[in-house]
Design a binder for this molecule. Structure first.
Ligand code: GLN
Length: 476
């Protein structure tokens, strides 16, 4: 079985018609992992025994219950969980040595929903510790590599989830996106990655990074697959008071509808110096595809863009310093190690910006800038329906290239963080290849515009089919 060539849609069909069993599917995932993960380092923990047991149970259900796929829409789908996702009885480290031996006594809401829908958890994936980073290199373990070029980063912080789906270890990779962490690995690994509207998906049980930014999203190979997963994960949760009582969209139902007359905005502040020429050209070609599909493109302005990164790196460390204070060695068991450099940097910065003498000058000011950035988007969405920008200003960079320069690292997210500041939705879709490396295109929409984003991305994907290009190393 060629797992790389399969999507959720294909797998469901094949399980239903007994082309292969759930057990064979799961065995295939672990065989790929055994063959390739030494090179990639996507996993921190494998869940092999449990996964095979579940697969056996599901094979019985498939035999005996004709309606099982209606009751469990993701039945048998191999899924990997970023290690910030609390999962009962499965080691959950947040990519950090601080809670190296933490076995949670409960499931996060998303994990519960996914498991109720029938997914099979293959393992927990590597990440920048606590979600701090853009390359995966801030993990307290060995960094993950990009399956399209082993000398390059897969994007972070949900690095393992992205790489795992890209090399055929699973079909769904869950992530968290506080400033970039689903969309960037999606862009760098040729995947579809969603940062949903803040509050669309419950954060309950997902280890908090910056609570007013954290968005719970996922990566898949195709738009249909991504939409299918959101239908399961989205919705109101009594355990997370920031989730909304707005009906979950019909994300898979809208796919295929035309986008004639769609108004696309290009924020002029994003197409500037620092944007790699080749990436720019690739996105311009993608815009031509959009025009062919009936959309119109016009330049717009998001005037406060220049202040986004500064505001982000005041507000996020402030919230980080508060959220990390619970790892005091008492509540979560043995804190035998100390925090890594990036976590320390953020704890110090955040404690400073929240301290009584500096709160007004930094935290409060940044909070005001955040409102201005949100208003920029609101104004833009009065004129246009969606924005299109590159997911990253550069191609996937070399491992080690930015580790000694945190500011340079922070700038890889420059097109992504503003979306989190505004709490709106962004979807990264494969937009082609340059020098053998994937390029991502980000489609940004207003709050709760996920249906629209999927609709647009789906037509683009059908036209371009970049998801069919897989990393070559797995063939050898
Ligand atoms: N790279 C960004 C940061 O380090 C975003 C990380 C994230 O989305 N978790 O803050």
């Amino acid at each position: 079985m060629d797992l790389l060539g399969l999507t959720i849609k294909d797998v469901s069909k094949k399980l239903k018609s007994h082309v292969f069993s759930c057990r064979e599917l799961v065995e295939e995932c672990f065989s790929n992992i055994k063959k390739n993960d030494k090179k990639i380092n996507a996993f921190l923990t494998l869940n092999e025994k449990e996964a095979l047991k579940k697969a056996g149970e599901y094979d019985e259900l498939i035999k005996n219950d004709k309606e099982i796929f209606d009751k469990k829409p993701l039945l048998g789908i191999p899924t990997v969980l970023k290690d910030l996702y609390t999962a009962k009885g499965i080691r959950t480290t947040a990519g950090s040595k601080i809670i190296e031996d933490y076995y949670p006594p409960f499931d996060s809401t998303v994990v519960k929903k996914l498991m109720d829908a029938g997914v099979i958890v293959i393992g927990k994936t590597n990440e920048d510790a606590w979600g701090h980073g853009s390359s995966g290199e801030n993990t307290d373990y060995e960094p993950t590599k990009n399956p399209y070029d082993l000398s390059r980063v897969p994007g972070g912080s949900s690095s393992g989830s992205g790489a795992a789906v890209a090399y055929g270890a699973a079909l769904v990779g869950t992530g968290t996106d506080t400033g970039s962490s689903v969309r960037l690995p999606a862009g760098y690994c040729n995947l579809v990655g969603l940062k949903p509207t803040y509050g669309r998906v419950s954060r309950y049980g997902v280890i908090a990074m910056a609570s007013s930014f954290d968005s719970i999203g996922h990566m898949t190979k195709t738009v249909y697959d991504n939409a299918k997963v959101l239908e399961v994960t989205a919705g109101l949760d009594p355990y997370d008071s920031t989730t909304f009582p707005i009906k979950v969209g019909q994300y898979t139902k809208v796919l295929g509808q035309n986008i004639k007359g769609l108004k696309i905005g290009l924020p002029k502040e994003y197409f500037v110096k620092g944007l790699d020429n080749k990436v720019n050209n690739s996105i311009r070609n993608s815009l031509k595809v959009m025009e062919k599909l009936g959309a119109t493109v016009k330049e717009i302005s998001l005037p406060h863009t220049d202040y986004a990164m500064a505001a982000y790196y005041i507000l996020v460390p402030s919230e980080v310093s508060s959220n990390l204070s619970r790892y005091d060695g008492v509540r979560y068991g043995g804190t035998r190690e100390i925090f890594g450099a990036e976590a320390k940097r953020r704890i110090m910065l955040g404690s400073y910006t929240l301290s009584s003498g500096y709160y007004d000058a930094y935290y409060l000011k940044a909070a005001k800038v955040r409102t201005l950035i949100k208003q920029d988007f609101e104004k833009a969405f009065k004129e246009i329906d969606i924005l299109i920008v590159p997911t990253s200003p550069t191609l996937p960079f070399k491992l080690g290239e930015k580790v000694d320069d945190p500011l340079k690292m922070y700038l890889s997210d420059i097109f992504l963080c503003p979306v989190n500041l505004a709490g709106i939705a962004g979807l990264s879709v494969p937009s082609g290849f340059v020098d053998g490396l994937p390029v991502g295109m980000q489609i940004i929409g207003p709050q709760f515009s996920e249906e629209l984003l999927y609709k647009v991305a789906y037509l683009f994907e059908q036209e371009t089919q970049y998801y069919k290009i897989h990393p070559e190393f797995t063939n050898g």
